[in-house]
Design a protein around this ligand. Structure first.
Ligand code: CP3
Length: 344
C-alpha cells in the first residue's frame, strides 16, 4: 500500500492539512469527453462492459481535475443483471429491470458464485486502471448496498419512496430476506473480485437507506453492510471501506462502529459542524457539499466549500459532494471547487 496516497492516509485516520478530494459520479454526462465516449460505445451498459472505454471514462475526470481518487466506471445495477435479472436503461428516464415480487421470480435468480461470468469485463477495467493511474491516485471499487439494490429489483425502476420494497418486506419478509441474503452474498463475491483486480478502497452505496426507519434501519441497512464488511475484512484486511447510508440523519451516529466501516460518507442534509461533532469523532468522514453548487457556482460555491473544509479540519476528512454530480453541472464549477479545497 502506497502511503503517499492521501485518500489511504485519511482512511487510516490521519488528519491532513488539505483534505483529499474526489467526486461522486465524477465520470458522467456533465463532461463533453464522457458524452463522446458514451456515443462511441453506443449506450450506457455497453460502455460499462467495454473495459477499454470504461477505463477511458474513469480516467477523464482524473486528467481534467487531478482528483485524488478514481472510481471504477460501472453501475450498482450490474449485480442484479449478473444474477439473471433483465436490465436496460431508458434514455432520459433511468434504469428498468425485470421485477422480483414472488417466489417464482426469486427462483429464477442465479447463484452468487456465478456472477463473475457476467462481471469479468468490470474486473478487467480495474486491472487496466492499475497500470495507468498516476501513482498518487487511489482506485476505488464499489457496489450498491443490498437494500438499495433490492429497491430497484422489487420496483423494476427507481421510485420516489421505495414503496414496492417496503411492501414486500412487510408482506412477505421471508422472501424479502432471501433476496437480501442473495444480494449480500453476491456483493461479497463481486467486491472481493474487485479487490483482487486492483481496487484499493471499496465504497458501498446505500442511496435509499434514509427511507428505513427504526428497527428496519438496523435490519436492512446496518446488518447487511456489517455482513459484507466483515466478510471483506476477513479476506482483505487492508482494504478500507467507505459506507454511504444516504439520508440516514441521526443514524449516521455510530454507523462506522456498528458496521466496521473505515469511513462514513455524508449527504448534504446535515451540517458539517454536526458531522464533526457526532460522526467524525469515530473516524474518517467524506462529504458533504450540495451537488447543486456544481450547477450554480459563484461565491456561494467557494464559501460553502471552505466552510465544510474548515468544519471538518480537526479530523480525517475526504472532501466530496453529498450526492452525485448532475448532468447540468458546469465543469468550470468543479475546477473552482477543487481550487477552493486545495488553495484555500
Ligand atoms: O463516476 C462514478 O461515480 C462511477 C460510476 C457510477 C455510476 N453510477 C455511473 C452512471 C456509480 C458509482 C454509480 C452508482 C449508482 N448507480 C447509484 C448509487 C449512487 C447514487 O447516485 O445514489 C445508483 C442509485 C445507480 C443506479 C442508476 N444508474 C440510476 C438511477 C441511473 C439513472 C439516473 C442517472 O443519474 O442517470 C444510472 C445511470 C448512470 N450510472 C449514469 C452514469 C454515468 C448515466 C448514464 C448515461 O450515461 O446516460
Amino acid at each position: 500500500m502506497t502511503k503517499d496516497k492521501t485518500i489511504l492516509r485519511a482512511l487510516a485516520g490521519e488528519t491532513l492539512q488539505t483534505p483529499p478530494i474526489w467526486m461522486m459520479r465524477q465520470a458522467g454526462r456533465y463532461l463533453p469527453e464522457y458524452r463522446a465516449t458514451r456515443a462511441q460505445a453506443g449506450d450506457f451498459l455497453s460502455l460499462c462492459y467495454n473495459s477499454d472505454l470504461a477505463t477511458e471514462v474513469t480516467l477523464q475526470p482524473i486528467r481534467r481535475f487531478g482528483f485524488d481518487a478514481a472510481i471504477l466506471f460501472a453501475d450498482i445495477l450490474l449485480i442484479p443483471q449478473a444474477l439473471g435479472a433483465d436490465l436496460w436503461f431508458v434514455t432520459g428516464e433511468g434504469p428498468r429491470l425485470s421485477t422480483i415480487t414472488n417466489e417464482a421470480d426469486f427462483a429464477r435468480l442465479g447463484d452468487p458464485a456465478d456472477v463473475h461470468e457476467t462481471l469479468g469485463p468490470i474486473y478487467q477495467t480495474l486491472r487496466n486502471l492499475t497500470g495507468v493511474l498516476p501513482p498518487e491516485t487511489t482506485l476505488i471499487g464499489f457496489a450498491g448496498a443490498p437494500w438499495t439494490v433490492a429497491t430497484y429489483m422489487t420496483a423494476g425502476r427507481g421510485t420516489p419512496d421505495q414503496g414496492p420494497a417496503h411492501a414486500l418486506k412487510d408482506t412477505n419478509p421471508a422472501l424479502f430476506d432471501a433476496l437480501m441474503d442473495r444480494l449480500t452474498l453476491a456483493t461479497i463475491e463481486y467486491l472481493s473480485a474487485q479487490i483482487e483486480a486492483g481496487a484499493e478502497v471499496i465504497k458501498l452505496f446505500d442511496s435509499w437507506a434514509g427511507s428505513l426507519k427504526g428497527e428496519d434501519f438496523d435490519r436492512y441497512a446496518i446488518a447487511p453492510t456489517k455482513e459484507i464488511i466483515t466478510a471483506l475484512k476477513a479476506r482483505h484486511p487492508d482494504t478500507p471501506i467507505i459506507a454511504f447510508p444516504r439520508e440516514a440523519g441521526e443514524k449516521y451516529i455510530g454507523f462506522a462502529g456498528k458496521t466496521g466501516a473505515d469511513c462514513v460518507a455524508i449527504d448534504n442534509s446535515v451540517s458539517a459542524d454536526w458531522v464533526a461533532e457526532h460522526v467524525q469523532v469515530d473516524g474518517c468522514v467524506q462529504g458533504n457539499l450540495a451537488s447543486s453548487h456544481m450547477v450554480t457556482g459563484g461565491e456561494a460555491l467557494a464559501r460553502e466549500t471552505r466552510r465544510i473544509v474548515d468544519a471538518l479540519s480537526n479530523g480525517p476528512h475526504i472532501f466530496n459532494l453529498g450526492h452525485g454530480i448532475t448532468p447540468d453541472a458546469d465543469p468550470d464549477n468543479v475546477q473552482r471547487m477543487v481550487d477552493a479545497v486545495r488553495g484555500g
